[in-house]
Design a protein around this ligand. Structure first.
Ligand code: SF4
Length: 609
């Protein structure tokens, strides 16, 4: 591990004890462990003492496919709780190739700087000329300053510099640590970015066993019917699918279907793809660059976007111009702002305007009506640069904005623990709903990835969760067990540095049997799926203990009242509400927690935390 103190300029190395990688693996688990062990209770998210960790996964940068992932952790400026976010790209593999499992950053520089990592040499360098630049220009400037145009850069944009609570850290086009606002932590430290260049590839511990294990994993992926879908459209067609399921969050959760959802689905602009792209060592290559040849953004070239951001800037904002959503997602990347969180807060503002809670006087004359993409673009810029009173208010995140605006705005702020909700309606996907409530980072599908509720067969659900009804997304049966397993499995995959798309989106390997074969092959240490799930459980518990240190309680495991009291009024899920309380008690019991959601002393002891 490399420790960097930006206040003193000190840089030191420390070996990562073997028992830590055994218990926490790397990536997210390692970041969580460091935060729980070292971050004191009185440190605010934007204080210099907040600890910012860039951690590669245990398998990052190896010859295992899709292992370019990197995890960033700190106390979140958005939620005040665990800040945890994962990105693809090349940065994780480069960092690991420098022999660095984690870069641990504290302090605050007295001027803008970047951290330059060239194999084993780590230096802090002046980034004054990059300050103020947007993503593309900032990354290019840092590479120029580092004197190596082939290196990889991670940067913040203007949103991070201005400590917007929704600020992301960008690792390339479409590669972001977006959720929980960690870009603002970099801004507070005057850290514009990092540049990394490895000089060797990471050798697998047991290459003889690793090669066939990887081949077997890849062969299983290629044999799946979903291979074609993921390699051509990525996640994008799920926008239309969620609408068809009657479970989308259109117009800030006021509708579960949306006429025009198909415009934000990748099939609608498949013809615009210029080339497919992927992260480090990824044969799936789910990303794509497109060139727009129609509509208001004709001539625009950029990244195609993914399901959640496209859905957020599309149906959630009442916008039926999918190509405008593509453009706005790219703008979020350029500004260095979480494309989900920013789209959500814009949808929230539109909802308030349409209801008369925000007036033209509040918006400076901006007509924030559903689908007004020009107004959405202007508001996004105002949030990024905090250039108007409304922009500055929304830049604090939805929870704080609702508090400042008042006038009943709180009831339209759909969030959990300060993090705004992703696109699936909890009443239509009940495991995902429970997952939103209990997720340590707040209301986010990616924390639990409860895909078995709609992708498992009844027999698979019976075998895995004790009831065939767990495969019925509208049933509450078996969902506590499902969320427990999926949540722990996600913690493992984020810590190994593998992408969730092959592991969960395609293989549905939530018992981690396939992952265990890979870990065994690469480390030479035999592990089972159950061993890995135990590590995942430990990681989830560490995050929960961290949250409780900073004031969270079981009462934060909740959903906005709308979803527990107001039945869905249309579509295939008509009449559905989510009955959260019994699922929550079942979940706590399965986790071995107290009835009020506290992590029990017995659980802490059992997990060796
Ligand atoms: S599947 Fe997509 S997100 Fe995952 S590693 Fe491959 S290109 Fe990156």
């Amino acid at each position: 591990m490399v420790l960097v103190d930006l206040s003193t300029g000190e840089i030191s190395r420390k070996p990562c004890p073997e028992h830590i990688t055994r218990d926490y693996l790397g990536g997210r688990g390692l970041g969580d462990y460091i935060l729980l062990k070292h971050l004191k209770k009185d440190v605010a998210p934007l204080d210099p003492e907040n600890i910012l960790i860039f951690a590669a996964g245990l398998l990052s940068g190896t010859k295992m496919i899709t292992t370019g992932r990197l995890h960033v952790s700190a106390r979140s400026p958005l939620t005040g709780l665990i800040g945890t976010s994962n990105s693809g790209g090349m940065f994780g593999s480069e960092l690991k190739g420098c022999g660095i499992l984690a870069l641990v950053i504290v302090g605050k520089a007295n001027k803008p700087v970047f951290i330059n990592i060239r194999s084993e040499h780590v230096t802090i360098e002046d980034a004054s000329t990059a300050w103020g630049l947007e993503r593309k220009e900032a990354a290019a400037k840092l590479l120029e300053l580092a004197g190596d145009e082939k290196a990889r850069a991670a940067v913040i944009g203007p949103a991070g510099e201005k400590m917007v609570a929704l600020a992301s850290i960008m690792f390339g086009p479409g590669h972001a640590c977006g959720r929980t606002g960690l870009g603002a932590v970099m801004g507070a430290k005057h850290l514009k970015g990092l540049v990394v260049r490895k000089t060797s590839s990471v050798a697998a511990a047991t290459p003889a066993a690793a090669v066939p294990a990887v081949k077997d994993y890849l062969a299983k992926l290629k044999a799946l019917p979903s291979w074609e879908q993921w390699t051509t459209l990525g996640s994008t067609d799920s926008v239309l699918w969620t609408h068809q399921m009657g479970g989308c969050a259109a117009k800030n959760h006021s509708q579960v279907t949306f006429a025009g959802a198909e415009t934000a689905s990748g099939s609608a602009f498949k013809d615009l793809i210029v080339k497919h792209r992927g992260c480090y060592n990824c044969p799936i290559r789910c990303k794509a660059d497109i060139k727009i040849d129609r509509g208001r953004h004709t001539g625009f070239e950029g990244e195609r976007g993914e399901y959640e951001p496209l859905a957020t800037w599309g149906p959630k904002c009442g916008n039926a111009d999918g190509l405008a959503s593509v453009y706005l997602c790219n703008l979020c990347d350029d500004y260095g702002v979480d494309s989900i969180g920013a789209g959500n807060v814009v949808a929230f503002a539109i909802d308030l305007y349409e209801r008369g809670i925000l007036t033209p006087e509040d918006t400076g004359g901006l007509a924030l009506t559903w689908g007004n993409t020009e107004a959405m673009e202007q508001l996004l810029q105002q949030i990024t640069y905090r250039s108007t009173p409304l922009g500055d208010t929304l830049a604090r995140g939805m929870r704080e904005a609702a508090r400042i605006i008042g006038r009943g705005a709180e009831q339209y702020a759909h969030l959990v623990k300060g993090l705004s909700m992703t696109f699936m309606d909890p009443r239509a996907f009940k495991a995902s709903g429970l997952g939103y409530a209990v997720s340590n980072r707040g209301a986010d599908f990616g924390y639990v990835y409860a895909k078995p509720e709609y992708a498992y067969t009844p027999q698979q659900a019976l075998d895995a969760f004790g009831t065939a009804k767990a495969a019925d997304r509208l049933s509450e049966e078996g969902k506590a067990a499902m969320v427990r397993q999926c949540m722990c499995a996600n913690a493992v995959v984020d810590s190994l540095g593998i992408c969730k798309i092959p592991q969960f989106g395609m293989l549905l390997d939530f018992n981690l049997e396939e992952a265990a074969k890979i870990v065994t092959a690469f480390t030479g240490q035999p592990v089972t799926g159950a061993d890995l799930l135990l590590a995942g459980e430990r990681i989830v518990n560490v995050e929960r203990l961290f949250n409780f240190r900073f004031g969270a309680t079981g009462r934060d495991d909740t959903l906005p009242e709308k979803f527990t009291t107001e039945p869905i009024s249309e579509g295939p899920c008509q009449g559905s509400v989510i009955n959260l309380a019994p699922m929550l008690q079942q979940f706590y019991a399965l986790m071995g927690w107290e009835q009020d959601g506290t992590v029990s002393a017995a659980k802490i002891k059992q997990l060796g935390i």
